[in-house]
Design a binder for this molecule. Structure first.
Ligand SMILES: Nc1nc2c(c(=O)[nH]1)N[C@H]1C(S)=C(S)[C@@H](COP(=O)(O)OP(=O)(O)OC[C@H]3O[C@@H](n4cnc5c(=O)[nH]c(N)nc54)[C@H](O)[C@@H]3O)O[C@H]1N2
Ligand SMILES: Nc1nc2c(c(=O)[nH]1)N[C@H]1C(S)=C(S)[C@@H](COP(=O)(O)OP(=O)(O)OC[C@H]3O[C@@H](n4cnc5c(=O)[nH]c(N)nc54)[C@H](O)[C@@H]3O)O[C@H]1N2
Ligand code: SF4
Ligand SMILES: [Mo]
Length: 777
């Protein structure tokens, strides 16, 4: 049973009606408020004025693309980007004293919100076996500890190397090289929990795991679908792109279980009109869908398009495109024609008229883009749903032309780049061959462990060494109780981190905190000042230059930490110039240019304003599948409904958090203040389940094993979510997501489709923290 952490200041939950518009003046004020709480005016000015500029700091927030260099605004960032960057630039510091007064057992009781607010990590620390305290350690000794643990393993596969998508290309490349020279492909990453379903579905159908869309395509589309995505909070500058598209005449269809603020209306704070005016209507049609209903929606839509073509032959489908560029059309269309309308309507909760309206929008549009995110990928049928979206695009040739395409909107600022650099447990032989050719060692070929499989292996005692490059694995991963036990079974855990989080507290027998430079900070190595590179959601690779004085003299860069570890642990294993890599990141990029397609002449090309746009074969009319064609697929599905008295819970982000790290307990657009332990439920469901507004409940998830997964101390808030579908914040609900509840094919945790029941807690209503009785979270 998880309860709220006990030390947190009690705040009263207050709720108000959800907003129906995003950004504008309050957004700017909120960004500055959080930033100035964290640090000084000059530091805020430096971060904000250089953020997303050509020679500046890449926003450490999401992976949305910047406009091309000549078209950037002086303030090319959003409210949340400002919060994310100043959360890193904070003036607060954690010193050795802090760890003296906070034993590990105390830190383990704290929330990630509290841990993050303590400030930046400033010196390497160790928790030795049997001790309950972190104490200072020299870098030299820290590398020695890791090296001796690595060299004492029975097999390289007893080590796991996790990466979160904030790491730079250079650091990611060095990390995967280190792991593979050491002899393992155990390279789980946050992407396993994020867009893994997109990667699998797109690879299979289009021959590329990446999106095909540029900002130009968004601006010039006739019709844009936003499916399972909350741009107002999670990709705020996407709203500026959508505004531009709408000014150019585009229509927008939003598909969501919640009427999110940014999907409805948007006031652009970068334009005077946005500050004073009414803003722009974003969605022309809002499809208030049931959780997991998107596969049925796109299948229904595809069937309608096939039937329209029957009625008006030659006017609906792009026959030339289908004939010359695709395979599997006949089988797909036979199957699509057999789906039952009542199943589609039950699965989606929509009416046939609504889907017909959508069809008519599609028929009027020559250029269609589909964007999606976690509402799709974190569902059991995430992969077939995305395949069906591809079917939809293929039918009318909406791929490879300007203003069309598939856009999995990525989360972390460099999550896509880390994959390009080889951080994946299943990199293809072509990549491994290129590594061998370049560095003269034989990389392991057997697939490594992804995030879910790594936890299983840890639980079984098969993993002794866990190194994390950024991120907060313990909180990000599902089934907290299982994951925490698994982590504690490791002999050594080490985290390369900027800030304190729960993964430092729930650790192995011996644990290391390896504090590192953030992206905002100047990175000086012996060859001079360094920059790093990142790749956004639209495959643009560009530079990021740190601007601030580092948080402490004892910090090392991520690249330096990894290169020094490699020198100590892999001595003589391959002829790799780790020293040179650390001195000059250009030497890393030079090697990357030999290995990774699209990166030729990397150093010179990336230095140009705006950087490099990696070619996407689809946009050159090439489908890199086995047949050289795009594949139509046939996607069967079973209707899954929550049993009587249960709801389907999605675990999602508030407006005031970065993934596992809440900044405050507020969620402005949804009208929630003072508490995150709320469960949003449709008022009719509240009545039917005999609950009440403000009622205290425990959330209990239902899964095929006998384990009880319970999150305590929640308050019911009436909210216009689809019937039968509840919502509550991640990571507080992480304990409810069973480790084995994963998406078919991609093995991604199903964080958006958890069957739960709400158990009333007697006589405890009102505040989210009222159910507190001293137990840990
Ligand atoms: N401020 C901020 N920005 C972020 C992040 C952050 O934590 N904070 N995280 C970053 C990361 S790593 C990522 S991956 C992205 C995530 O970006 P999003 O995917 O937008 O994130 P979520 O909050 O998980 O929201 C999922 C959305 O899908 C909807 N949804 C849920 N289930 C369904 C369904 O079955 N069908 C449909 N059609 N919709 C559904 C939800 O109502 C919600 O609007 O954001 C990135 N940007
Ligand atoms: N239930 C549920 N679970 C989910 C999700 C969900 O929607 N619901 N979403 C999933 C998704 S989409 C994702 S991407 C994962 C996120 O999983 P992660 O990427 O592992 O988690 P973050 O919260 O982004 O990691 C924050 C930590 O990163 C470190 N950090 C920040 N910046 C830097 C840096 O520049 N360098 C280094 N070395 N460290 C840095 C800080 O120490 C900070 O505490 O969670 C997944 N888990
Ligand atoms: S949209 Fe994303 S990348 Fe752009 S400023 Fe906001 S958080 Fe940063
Ligand atoms: Mo993500």
């Amino acid at each position: 049973m998880r309860r709220p952490p006990k030390e947190e200041p009690q705040e009263e939950l207050t709720t108000s009606a959800p907003e129906d518009w995003a950004t504008g003046v309050p957004a700017v004020a909120h960004a500055l408020e959080y930033s100035l709480e964290q640090t000084t005016v000059p530091r805020v000015a430096t971060t904000l004025l250089t953020m997303n500029q050509v020679d500046g700091i890449d926003c450490p927030g999401c992976a949305w693309a910047d406009p091309s260099p000549g078209h950037r605004h002086r303030n090319e960032y959003c409210e949340n980007g400002a919060k994310h960057i100043n959360d890193e630039a904070t003036s607060r510091r954690i010193t050795a004293d802090f760890f003296r007064s906070h034993p590990v057992s105390d830190l383990a009781q704290r929330s990630d919100l509290w841990l993050n607010q303590q400030g930046r990590l400033t010196e390497p620390m160790v928790k030795r076996a049997g001790s309950d305290h972190y104490e200072p350690i020299s870098w030299h000794e820290a590398f020695g500890l890791m090296a001796s643990e690595l060299t004492s393993l029975d097999s390289p596969d007893e080590a796991v190397f996790y990466t979160s998508g904030r790491a730079s290309n250079e650091a990611a490349f060095v990390l995967q090289l280190l792991a593979r020279v050491f002899g393992t492909n155990n390279l789980p990453d946050c992407s396993n929990m994020c867009h893994e379903s997109s990667g699998f579905a797109l690879h299979e159908t289009l021959g590329t795991g990446k999106g095909t869309v540029s900002l130009h395509d968004i601006h010039h589309a006739d019709l844009i679908f936003l499916v399972g995505q909350n741009p107002g909070t999670n990709h705020p500058r996407q709203l500026s792109a959508l505004e531009q598209a709408k000014l150019n005449g585009a229509r927008v269809i939003a598909v969501n279980t919640l009427p999110e603020a940014g999907l409805l209306r948007f006031k652009n704070p970068q334009k005077p009109r946005g500050v004073v005016g009414r803003g722009v209507e974003i969605a022309d049609q809002f499809l208030h869908i049931r959780s997991g209903g998107d596969l049925a929606l796109f299948q229904g839509l595809n069937r309608m398009l096939l039937e329209e073509e029957d009625a008006r032959p030659g006017t609906v489908l792009d026959h030339d495109f289908i004939r010359s560029h695709t395979s599997g059309f006949e089988e797909f269309s036979r199957h699509a024609r057999t789906i039952a309308w009542e199943d589609v309507l039950t699965a989606t909760g929509l009416t046939r008229q609504e889907i017909e309206t959508t069809r008519d929008e599609v028929l009027r549009s020559k250029r269609v883009v589909v964007c999606w995110a976690m509402g799709i990928t974190q569902q059991k049928h995430g992969v077939p749903t995305i395949r069906e979206i591809v079917n939809f695009l293929l039918l009318r040739g909406n791929l490879g032309r300007a203003g069309t395409g598939a856009s999995p909107v990525r989360g972390h600022s460099n999550v896509q780049g880390d994959r390009t650099m080889g951080v994946w447990e299943q990199m293809p032989d072509s990549f491994l061959d290129a590594l061998r050719q370049e560095f003269g060692f034989e990389p392991p070929r057997a697939h490594g462990l992804d995030s879910v499989r790594a936890i299983r292996a840890m639980r079984e005692g098969g993993i002794k060494f866990f190194l994390s490059l950024a991120g907060n694995f313990v909180t990000a991963a599902p089934d907290s109780t299982v994951t925490e036990e698994a982590m504690r079974r490791c002999r050594l855990t080490a985290h390369i981190s900027t800030k304190l989080n729960r993964s430092h507290a729930i650790c192995g027998e011996t644990a290391l905190i390896l504090p590192t430079l953030g992206r905002t900070e100047r990175d000086i190595q012996t060859s001079g000042e360094q920059f790093v590179t990142v790749e956004n959601s639209m495959s643009e690779v560009h530079t990021s230059y740190g601007r601030l004085k580092p948080a402490s003299k004892l910090l090392l860069s991520e690249v330096a930490i990894l290169c020094r570890l490699a020198r100590r642990a892999l001595d003589g294993k391959a002829d790799i110039p780790w020293n040179r890599f650390e001195e000059d990141y250009g030497a890393i990029r030079h090697r990357i240019s030999h290995i990774i397609p699209g990166f030729h002449d990397f150093n010179r090309r990336v230095a140009r304003p705006g950087g490099i746009r990696l070619p996407n074969p689809v946009n050159e009319g090439v489908f890199a599948t086995a047949t050289g064609k795009a594949h139509f697929t046939r996607n069967a599905w079973q209707m899954s409904r929550a049993p009587e008295g249960h709801l389907v819970l999605q675990t999602l982000r508030s407006h005031d958090q970065w993934n596992t790290i809440p900044y405050t307990r507020n969620d402005r657009y949804r009208g929630i203040q003072g508490s995150r332990r709320v469960v949003l439920v449709n008022p009719q469901d509240i009545a039917e389940l005999d609950l009440a507004d403000g009622q205290a409940v425990d959330l209990v998830s239902v899964w095929s094993d006998d384990v009880e997964r319970r999150a305590g101390g929640f308050v019911v808030v009436p909210y216009p979510t689809t019937r039968g579908c509840a919502a509550a914040y991640y990571p507080e609900t992480q304990v409810l997501v069973p480790l084995d509840s994963v998406a078919d094919i991609s093995n991604q945790p199903t964080s958006k489709g958890i069957v739960v029941r709400l158990e009333p807690v007697e006589a405890k209503t009102g505040s989210a923290h009222a159910a507190e009785d001293g137990a840990v979270r």
